[in-house]
Unconditional design. Structure first.
Length: 323
């Protein structure tokens, strides 16, 4: 495929992903597909997410009052080139906590653990590390702090049980590992994270702003580095008197088969002599389904459970685990 055709296809592919969610992004990405400045900024063989980095850079400027959406890209060429080159997409969708909650409660139920130490892989700003400080609505009842800054629900295609929602494990430690963690206690960090929310998604932006407030009140520990390399040291430093729960929601899609295999090997080795659980989202049971499969692994022993399916953004959940 010729470079120009490849670049054009990448922009049109991303425009298709924005259909129904941000008409502004659809129009911009389609226009940029034939824009020589856009092609210059993303390079001759752009990765699939290069258009998202480009549009995130422009959104960053718009949020700061330094640009408008209809500005020619050439007006901000230097900034956008630097942004596209150095800044990975950091979405940190806090709605995913609504899907994480029943998975974490299931771990508490199966293991009998009353206290967790958390390690998130690819956490961006750590919003989902504070899952226990939010309020949740399910068909069988509500869970969480009544004074929570953020509350949310979603569509239950198969409901979570009231028995699970009756559990209240406590979180003792929270660590996230990310190549480029975002410190939302700073204004620049908060603006950067907001820049990857698609324009026009006002409800999503509202959730993000509330989650940022929660993180500023109780910031988790963020470790900078490739979690494939950093995980062994982080796990070795974890206390052994409580269950450590490692989880990832979207980051496995960015590290390849070799990276995923290395993470699983580290977890298996660490779980030989300590209580450990792993939550992972990935391929659904039916390959044609456009969603995540939700999987749990427990150590010692390596027992596995398939818990159900969920939307990539956490808007719906189909709980399939028979208790």
């Amino acid at each position: 495929m010729a470079p120009a055709t490849r670049t054009r296809d990448v922009f049109f592919d991303q425009a298709a992903q924005c259909e129904g969610r941000s008409q502004l992004y659809v129009e911009l990405l389609r226009a940029w597909a034939d824009d020589p400045v856009a092609a210059e900024l993303v390079g001759p063989d752009p990765a699939w997410d290069a258009p998202l980095r480009l549009i995130g850079g422009l959104h960053y400027l718009v949020l700061g009052g330094e640009a408008r959406w209809d500005d020619p890209l050439a007006e901000h060429r230097e900034f956008l080139r630097e942004f596209v080159t150095t800044q990975g997409v950091q979405t940190n969708e806090v709605q995913r906590s609504w899907v994480l909650l029943p998975l974490l409660l299931r771990i508490a139920q199966r293991t009998g653990a009353q206290t967790f130490d958390l390690v998130e892989l690819g956490q961006a700003a750590g919003l989902n590390l504070l899952w226990d400080r939010y309020r949740y609505r399910f068909e069988a009842g509500e869970w969480g702090r009544e004074d929570a800054l953020l509350s949310f629900g979603g569509e239950e295609r198969r409901p979570v049980s009231a028995e699970l929602l009756g559990l209240e494990p406590e979180v003792r430690g929270r660590i996230g590992i990310d190549r480029s963690p975002i410190d939302v206690t700073t204004e620049d960090g908060a603006r950067l994270l907001r820049s990857f929310v698609w324009a026009g998604q006002e409800e999503r932006m509202r959730r993000l702003d509330q989650a940022i407030e929660a993180v500023r009140a109780h910031p988790p520990e963020l470790v900078r580095g490739d979690y494939v390399d950093e995980l062994p040291e982080v796990l070795a430093a974890q206390p052994r008197d409580a269950l450590t729960v490692v989880f990832q929601t979207a980051s496995f899609g960015y590290i390849g088969d070799e990276g995923r295999a290395r993470v699983r090997s580290v977890l298996e080795a660490a779980g030989e002599d300590r209580p450990l659980a792993f939550i992972s989202t990935g391929k659904p049971r039916a390959p044609e389904e456009d969603c995540w499969g939700l999987r749990l692994v427990y150590w010692p022993g390596g027992a596995r459970e398939f818990a159900g399916h969920a939307d990539f953004h956490g808007s719906w959940l189909q709980w399939e685990l028979e208790l």
